[in-house]
Design a protein around this ligand. Structure first.
Ligand SMILES: [Zn+2]
Length: 330
């Protein structure tokens, strides 16, 4: 197999499929690795690229030939990676033009060249159209690996020319097993539930010690909305603004608290994930109906979906929090 056994079944399945294609000479000219952040696309693309370039043609990279050694040292002349420049949120056409020029130069070391485009969904439409021309008539030696978190941002004419490989969220059980030495036992359920099935997210959450403090604060702010004092809404807006870098995470956490409150009010406290806030969750759920809790989750979800776009965090946050406050206090 192109890489060693992973603790995640879905990754082993993908690795097996790619190994088979390589071994039986059924490589496509272009692949699209599609899936959310942190699901292993980059690692898989690296292993696949190394295996394709390896001089000991087989289904797994030998690790010893000049090609494998150059690859490991990041100096392989036939492994080219394109990614958004530091601090940039797009890949412009100029960058893709350079890649296209390079693609018409024959391989230096072996008989293949591998082009990896990270965050391919950030290519501008012009950049994608330029790439399309190359994908329509690719040099025989070139393999393109497009990594993307959102295939709806890729133009359909490219989608029809690539072999799509989907990376799915990991099942909670496998993620827990993977995290058991990397995360405090009492945080495990919480980390898994906030990760969205992504090992990258899970590691980020588990490693961020400051998130523990933020979690305490976010919980305090959220529960304070259940007292009739309307100024708590302003405190909550201010909290969101002060922590705008973590806004997405805070909203996810508040949704989780709504969900916990719902389980508590259904008489299923064992399903509550944030057991350390049990007392507060119990008190909070006594202030709001089950339907109200569901609507609160919807308000937060709506706001969460808007976060990626250009919104005024203060206004959108105020609107959401006021709706939540009214669900509790009306
Ligand atoms: Zn090798």
């Amino acid at each position: 197999m192109i890489c060693k056994q992973s603790p995640f079944t879905y990754l082993n399945d993908i690795a097996q499929t790619l190994s088979d294609e390589l071994e039986h000479g059924r490589l496509a000219h272009a692949y699209l690795f599609d899936g959310a952040y942190g699901l292993g696309k980059k690692t898989m693309a690296g292993a696949f690229a190394q295996a394709i370039l390896c001089e000991d043609a087989g289904h797994s990279p030998c690790g010893a030939c000049p090609s494998c050694r150059a690859f490991a040292a990041h100096t392989h002349p036939d492994a080219v990676t394109l990614r958004p420049a530091e601090g940039k949120k797009s890949i412009p056409i100029e960058e893709v033009r350079l890649l296209i020029q390079d693609a018409y130069i024959k391989p230096f070391l072996g008989n293949k060249k591998v082009y990896t485009i990270q965050d391919a969904h950030l290519m501008t439409v012009q950049a994608q159209n330029a790439l399309l021309k190359l994908l329509e008539e690719p040099p025989a030696y070139a393999v393109f690996l497009l990594l993307c978190e959102n295939s709806s941002a890729i133009i359909p004419t490219i989608l029809s020319r690539v072999r799509t490989v989907r990376f799915i969220p990991a099942p909670a059980g496998e993620l827990k097993e993977f995290l058991k030495d990397k995360c405090a036992k009492e945080d495990l359920d919480f980390v898994v539930s906030c990760s969205g099935g992504s090992m990258g997210n899970a590691l980020r959450i588990a490693e961020a010690a400051e998130l523990k403090t933020l979690r305490e604060e976010a919980a305090g702010i959220f529960f304070s909305l259940s007292c009739r004092d309307e100024t708590k809404v302003f405190d909550a807006v201010q909290f969101l603004e002060q922590n705008k870098e973590q806004a997405e995470w805070i909203l996810d956490f508040w949704m989780l608290l709504c969900r916990d409150a719902l389980y508590e009010s259904c008489g299923r406290p064992a399903y509550v994930l944030n057991q350390n806030f049990m007392q507060e969750i119990r008190s909070f759920s006594s202030h709001v109906t089950q339907k109200g809790l569901c609507r609160m989750e919807e308000h937060i979800l709506t706001m969460s979906q808007m976060l990626g776009r250009y919104i005024n965090l203060k206004e959108a946050g105020y609107y959401m929090l006021l709706q939540i406050w009214e669900e509790i206090n009306d």
